[in-house]
Design a binder for this molecule. Structure first.
Ligand code: NAP
Length: 261
């Protein structure tokens, strides 16, 4: 199947590791040029060089702290006037684990800034070029916690619900411009973030990390964690020309983790 994205440009947030990195790599494999965003400038340089060498596309590192409103504003100017992406992947880090109460203002503010406000602004900056071309693809990385809240990840469960509302609202507003907006919900994808969450749980429950991992995998219908590349293939399909009639959806990539229909 021709995905129809050769030569198009994708802006991938949270691209220095994990899910975002895998999406950037898979997009480039399909011939898309990529702009890579995260905080770690050195990692981005190395990944951009690797992607360009492997896939013969243009890969541009762009270090930005998405929890810093001023940095995001400056970045948005570049998105609108310089990068003008055809495809946008709204992704970043996740908040620390916690119950719903007793969370500091700092964690609420920084997490909301990084996970919600920054993607609202970056999306706004990306839209004019997409509208002018009559073609655009936006995918946000969410979490299974939107449908089935994850215990002890209340900040994530809360803010991601707001992101889901933004994506669904926007999808109806821009569909007639040839722009689709979808969300993908990871269950347990084997990245550094999942390792950090497993380690925190092991410490809380006085278990080994291996025991926590084994029991978490045994609880999944599919009996294993997902690989970032498996997630990326679904994302790249939704970012492709082939998925032009799919919009306003939340697609689960969770090995059956969410139990509801
Ligand atoms: N893995 C899973 O199973 C899973 C499940 C549910 C939800 N999620 C969510 O999906 C998203 C991606 O997950 P992941 O597992 O790939 O996470 P990850 O391994 O922690 O990677 C997060 C990426 O976001 C970047 N990032 C973090 N804070 C940032 C900031 N302030 N500004 C700019 N970039 C920032 C990181 O790079 P720098 O450190 O270089 O900035 C990194 O590239 C996260 O929001 C996560 O919570 C993941």
């Amino acid at each position: 199947m021709d995905l129809g994205i050769t030569g198009k440009t994708a802006l991938v947030l949270g691209a220095s590791q994990g899910i975002g990195r895998a999406i950037a790599d898979t997009l480039a494999q399909e011939g898309a040029n990529v702009v890579l965003v995260a905080r770690n400038a050195e990692a981005l340089e190395a990944i951009a060089a690797d992607i360009a060498r492997k896939h013969g596309v243009t890969a541009t590192p762009c270090p930005v702290d998405l929890s810093d409103p001023q940095a995001v504003a400056a970045f948005c100017t570049r998105v609108e006037n310089e990068f003008k992406p055809d495809m946008l992947v709204n992704n970043a880090g996740g908040p620390p684990p916690s119950p719903s109460t007793g969370v500091s203002d700092e964690v609420w503010h920084n997490s909301t800034q990084m996970m919600l406000f920054s993607i609202v602004r970056v999306t706004e900056a990306a839209l004019p070029a997409m509208k002018a071309r009559g073609w655009g693809r936006i995918v946000a990385v969410g979490s299974s916690g939107i449908v089935q809240p994850i215990p002890n990840l209340s900040v994530s469960n809360t803010i991601r619900g707001a992101v889901a509302g933004f994506c669904k609202s926007l999808s109806a507003e821009v569909a007639a411009d040839g722009i689709t907006v979808n969300m993908i919900l990871p269950g347990k994808i084997d990245t550094d973030r999942l390792s950090r969450l497993d380690s925190a749980r092991a410490e809380r429950e006085g278990k080994s990390v291996d025991a926590v991992r084994a029991s978490a995998q045994a609880d999944l219908p599919i009996k294993r964690y997902g690989r970032p590349e498996e997630f990326a293939k679904v994302a790249v399909f939704l970012l492709s020309d082939a998925a032009g009639y799919v919009t306003g959806q939340m697609t689960r990539v969770d090995g059956g983790l969410i139990r509801s229909i």
